[in-house]
Design a binder for this molecule. Structure first.
Ligand SMILES: [Fe+2]
Ligand SMILES: [Fe+2]
Length: 340
């Protein structure tokens, strides 16, 4: 007999130590979360079932193929880390005994992000006929430079996971959600723009679906914030302010341009990336121009600021897009929570 058995000694078991990973409870407080979950079931899509038969890679030059695959690789730095990142947050919703519908919402986000990652993979492998940009044999001189860019992006993004894993248990859901919201607002905006500016049907369709997913993710974050922010502690507020600045620096790489003092990148990185993005646009793959990105990013930030203002939480200064606020310095890759 197992010597730890106690059921023969007492009528009721002792209390289970908390946090315990399973709640055994299904309360719903936030009706809105239930609605978002239902929408996520209705809107499920499969990247493999997009109209790939209409996509003729050979109608593009090798420079165009390498440039478009570069953009998908840049996106992958954020989207390929999203499934494990949200899976970690999903586990946390169980540990903190989140509402039933919120747990399901996080399950749906994890699934969506898996789809987005799969989509990046399908686009890249078809364009390059290789499993990744890193393993690909470049066909042009630009392709070679872009491969170096991808290697540097991968190196930078790789530093984020350790910090994230430490942050998740440390912070409340409320703090985590402000960081998530930042990524979701930004993602929703850029994917709608991409959908509008792409001529290739398979990419139009993908961006439309991804943009719709990100809109739901944004709604989930807003719902939890509305529930939790009225009770935010004074200690949590400066952490949120810092995280918003961190999110700006991190996500700028894909939504705008990577800030120099935060991203560790070689001198020719930006010229290579700009050249690739110009090629993308010529090929009908609608990466927004510098000015469009800047405007987009600025309005996403102002959108987020209007949410935080309601709860008396200081917004960081983002001089890069002309937003004044609290000065936040000393941010490192290890401090980042924001995700896509
Ligand atoms: Fe995503
Ligand atoms: Fe997302």
């Amino acid at each position: 007999m197992n010597k730890d058995k106690i059921a023969h000694l007492q009528d009721m078991p002792p209390a289970t130590p908390q946090p315990n990973v399973y709640p055994l409870s299904w309360k719903t407080v936030t009706q809105k979360a239930e609605e978002v979950w239902e929408a996520s079931r209705r809107e499920v899509w499969d990247p493999a079932k997009l109209p790939w038969d209409t996509f003729d890679v050979e109608s593009y030059t090798w420079e165009e193929r390498e440039s478009i695959a570069y953009w998908w690789s840049l996106l992958s730095v954020f989207d390929a880390s999203a499934p494990p990142v949200f899976a970690e947050a999903f586990v946390k919703t169980y540990e903190v005994h989140e509402e039933d519908a919120i747990r399901r919402c996080f399950f749906s986000v994890t699934q969506d992000e898996q789809n987005h990652e799969q989509m990046c993979g399908l686009a890249i492998t078809k364009l390059l006929e290789a499993p990744s940009y890193l393993e690909y044999e470049p066909k042009t001189e630009l392709g070679k430079r872009l491969q170096k860019n991808v290697a540097w992006l991968y190196y930078n993004g790789g530093r984020y996971w350790t910090g994230y894993k430490q942050a998740v248990p440390k912070y409340s859901m409320a703090v985590l959600f402000s960081s998530f919201l930042m990524g979701e607002i930004a993602a929703a905006t850029i994917f709608h723009q991409m959908a509008a500016n792409c001529t290739e049907p398979v990419f139009q369709e993908a961006f439309k679906n991804i943009g719709r997913d990100e809109g739901r993710h944004m709604a989930i974050c807003l719902t939890v914030m509305e529930r939790d922010y009225p009770n935010l502690s004074e200690a949590e507020k400066p952490i949120i302010t810092k995280q918003i600045r961190a999110g700006y620096l991190f996500l700028s790489a894909v939504l705008f341009e990577p800030p120099e003092d935060f991203w560790d990148l070689p001198a020719d990185f930006l010229t290579n990336q700009r050249e690739a993005e110009e090629n993308c646009r010529t090929a009908g793959f609608g990466v927004p121009t510098y000015d469009a990105k800047k405007e987009n990013w600025r309005s996403a930030m102002l959108n987020l600021k209007s949410v935080l203002d309601k709860y008396d939480t200081a917004f960081p200064a983002i001089p890069e897009v002309g937003i004044t606020g609290e000065e936040v310095n000393d941010i490192d890759m290890e401090d980042i929570i924001p995700v896509f």
